[in-house]
Design a protein around this ligand. Structure first.
Ligand SMILES: [Zn+2]
Length: 259
C-alpha cells in the first residue's frame, strides 16, 4: 500500500470510528466473549475491520426493529472476526445486512434440485443469499454470544465466503499454501462421521445441522472454530487445522485450551 492510500485509510478509519461513542464500543466488545485473548494488534485490526464493514454494508432494520449503535457495532465486530486474517475484500459482492427482531420465516421461493419451485417456510435465525444480503435475527445474534458453538453471524458469513467461488459447497477459495484436495478429504471425512452420529441418534460435538450438506458442515464447523475451538480440535483435528489455515488465525491458542 502506498503512502497516500495509507494516509487516506487512517483518515477514513479515524472519522468512521468517531461516529460511535466509546461506551458503545465497550459495551459491544464486552458482550462478545469470543473476542477474548486477541492481542493489541489483532484488536486494533478488528476495530478497523468493523468500521470499514459498517461503511461498506448497510444494516437495515426490519419489522420495526430499533437499531442501536451497540447493535451495529456488535454485528460489525462479529463480522470482522472471520476476516481478521483475510481482509474486507473477502466480503465483496454484497451490500446489506437485513436485521429482524427475532427468528423469521423467509418470504421467498426457491428452485429445488428437481427444478420444482418450493416455498421456504422454515423459521430461521439467519440466511445468506447468493449475490444478495445477509439476513439475521437480532435475538439469535444476541443469544449466540455465549461460547456454546452457536453463532449465526459467523455461520451466515461462512456461507458468504463459501459463495465467493460459486454455489455454497463447503469449499471456499483456497489460499496458495493450501491443498483443495486435502481440504475436501478432511472435511468430507468429518461430515460423514457427523452424519453417522446424527443417524444413530447420538450426541454430536457439532450442531447436527452440519450433517445437512457439505456447505452447512463448513458453516457449522466455522461456528465451532470460533466459539468452541477445543471441541472442534478434539473431535476433528484435521478440520481444525484446515480452518486455521483458511482463516489464518488460531482461536484455540487465543481462547486457551480450556475454552
Ligand atoms: Zn446455513
Amino acid at each position: 500500500m502506498g503512502r497516500l492510500s495509507a494516509w487516506w485509510r487512517s483518515r477514513v478509519l479515524a472519522r468512521e470510528r468517531r461516529r460511535y461513542a466509546q461506551a458503545d464500543w465497550d459495551a459491544a466488545w464486552g458482550s462478545l466473549p469470543l473476542l477474548a485473548g486477541l492481542n493489541p494488534a489483532q484488536s486494533i485490526r478488528l476495530a478497523e475491520l468493523a468500521v470499514l464493514f459498517l461503511r461498506d454494508k448497510r444494516i437495515e432494520p426490519a419489522q420495526g426493529l430499533v437499531l442501536t449503535a451497540q447493535m451495529r457495532l456488535t454485528i460489525a465486530l462479529l463480522a470482522g472476526l472471520p476476516i481478521l486474517g483475510l481482509g474486507l475484500d473477502w466480503y465483496r459482492g454484497w451490500y446489506s445486512v437485513i436485521l429482524y427482531p427475532a427468528a423469521f420465516i423467509p418470504a421467498h421461493e426457491y428452485t429445488d434440485a428437481d427444478g420444482l419451485v418450493q416455498v421456504d417456510d422454515q423459521v430461521k435465525g439467519g440466511e445468506a443469499w447468493e449475490r444478495g444480503p445477509v439476513i439475521l435475527s437480532w435475538a439469535d445474534v444476541a443469544a449466540g454470544c455465549r461460547l456454546d458453538g452457536y453463532n449465526v453471524v459467523v455461520h451466515e458469513l461462512a456461507h458468504k465466503l463459501d459463495m465467493l467461488n460459486g454455489r455454497p459447497n463447503g469449499r471456499p477459495p483456497m489460499h496458495g499454501d493450501m491443498s483443495g484436495a486435502a481440504w475436501t478429504r478432511d472435511l468430507s471425512a468429518a461430515f460423514a462421521d457427523l452424519g453417522r452420529r446424527v443417524d444413530a441418534g447420538a450426541q454430536t460435538p457439532l450442531d447436527p445441522y452440519g450433517a445437512e450438506s457439505p456447505g452447512e458442515f463448513f458453516a457449522v464447523a466455522s461456528e465451532a472454530f470460533f466459539e468452541t475451538p477445543r471441541v472442534l480440535h478434539a473431535e476433528y483435528p484435521a478440520v481444525y487445522a484446515q480452518l486455521r489455515a483458511f482463516y489464518r488465525q488460531d482461536p484455540l491458542v487465543r481462547l486457551g485450551r480450556g475454552a
